[in-house]
Design a protein around this ligand. Structure first.
Ligand code: PLP
Length: 402
């Protein structure tokens, strides 16, 4: 018999969407995958060169469980340059992707009985990790069209058991970016109620509003001692499978991460560590600029196509690389006999009839949403989105099969 904690974990909706697309592709259908949480692009050559050099140099051994000191230092320098705040090596732990950094954070600060505020729609790993730590997720809904949470609603969710709040800006799945005033208000709240802030910033490179990413520690420097900032190279360098991320936090959290990792995974992959160290040493920023330009172009082209939707507002998509559609108006406008009742039905229909993979909002705790990634190759993206628009616009005229 399995331990109870396994029953607390939801299956991964994004993995399910990927598996459905893979199964359809396996029987010869040309699926356009707009479900993936990654940008489909060749990673920078400096990363590949760094990996090859490390392999050729016979690099095989364990590193410190929180990573190579020169890479921790390079990450501290990178974060200092990006935030304008000085970070030291003892505030950085390297992790196997952002996911491990987030789990370290949860295991380091949560006890059974604690509550954690999570803004919904949310990436499903947040509540799963909170549950794994024995704590309870408390959801606060952020609403369309902006999906920026109302700080009053967050305050109303605080109880004497609240220990932490998880924020994710730029956001997966909604593409929301929390502005300075929101971040400051969340920071004030965390200080007033003595909460930890777990800030997942793994889409920080993908901000399309002209401004640069603003971390909560920049908007409200007073929260730094209670913030665990988590980021990764997965999305930024298009190396999701290489598994390298980091947390930046007070040294006591970094020490806790060191203990946790030494008894769970040990160090993040050593070849990936060397590869990224090489990239941080020699990279000239061109890859990052070009990827951002490609995504910016894809976003504009995609928004134009999506503006052809009836009964669905064009999404805001200010950050990350997702279009998040609110389909509530469309679904409520469907005739009584319609075969479509939910966003699950719509995602299934898009896959079966339009050969387009998408992720229904239920994955993110929101029955009204549908997530489409604009990290897909540009030509496929345009084709896929046109099919989405045609398919959704045809829904109102469909009838259930007799
Ligand atoms: N955080 C968010 C919000 C994500 O969307 C993802 C991946 O989709 C992750 C963390 C995981 O990142 P990594 O692959 O670096 O573990």
């Amino acid at each position: 018999m399995l331990a109870q904690r396994i029953s607390l974990l939801s299956g991964s909706g994004t993995a399910a969407a990927r598996e459905a697309a893979t199964a359809a592709a396996a029987i010869g259908r040309q699926i356009i995958d707009l479900a993936a949480g990654e940008v489909i692009i060749e990673p920078p050559s400096s990363v590949r060169e760094g990996a090859i050099a490390a392999i050729n140099a016979g690099t095989t051994r364990y590193t410190d469980s929180i990573g190579l000191t020169p890479l921790r230092k390079a990450v501290a320098d990178k974060l200092s340059a990006e935030t304008g705040i000085c970070w030291n090596t003892n505030e950085i732990a390297l992790t196997a992707g952002a996911k491990q950094g987030l789990l370290d954070a949860a295991l380091a600060v949560l006890d059974p009985g604690d509550e954690v505020i999570i803004i919904r729609p949310c990436w499903p790993t947040f509540p799963s990790q909170v549950l794994l730590a024995g704590a309870t997720p408390v959801f606060v809904d952020a609403r369309s069209p902006t999906y920026v949470p109302d700080v009053g609603a967050i305050r109303a969710a605080v109880t004497p058991h609240t220990k932490a709040i998880i924020i994710n800006s730029p956001n997966n799945p909604t593409g929301a970016i929390y502005g300075r005033a929101t971040l400051q208000a969340i920071g004030d709240l965390a200080i007033n109620y003595e909460l930890w802030i777990i800030s997942d910033e793994c889409y920080s490179s993908f901000v399309f509003t002209g401004a640069r990413h603003e971390s909560i520690v920049m908007a409200h420097p007073g929260v730094r001692s209670r913030t665990i900032l988590v980021n990764a190279f997965s999305k930024e360098l298009a190396i999701t499978g290489w598994r390298l991320g980091y947390l930046a936090a007070p040294p006591e959290i970094v020490s806790a991460a060191k203990k946790l990792q030494s008894h769970t995974t040990s160090n993040a992959n050593v070849i990936a560590q060397h590869a990224i160290l090489h990239h941080l040493q020699v990279g000239d920023g061109r890859f990052e600029r070009e990827m951002k330009e490609r995504l910016s172009f894809a976003r504009n082209a995609g928004l134009f196509i999506l503006s052809g939707l009836h009964d669905v507002a064009t999404p805001v998509a200010k950050g990350s690389f997702f279009f998040y559609l609110d389909l509530s108006r469309l679904i409520s406008a469907l005739p009584a006999g319609s075969p479509v009742r939910s966003t699950d039905d719509i995602a299934r229909l898009l896959l079966e009839e339009a050969d387009v993979g998408s992720v229904p909002g239920g994955t993110f705790g929101d029955v009204n949403g549908l997530r489409l990634s604009f990290g897909a190759p540009p030509d496929l993206l345009a084709l896929g989105l046109k099919r989405v628009v045609e398919n959704l616009n045809s829904l109102k005229t469909r009838r259930a099969a007799a």
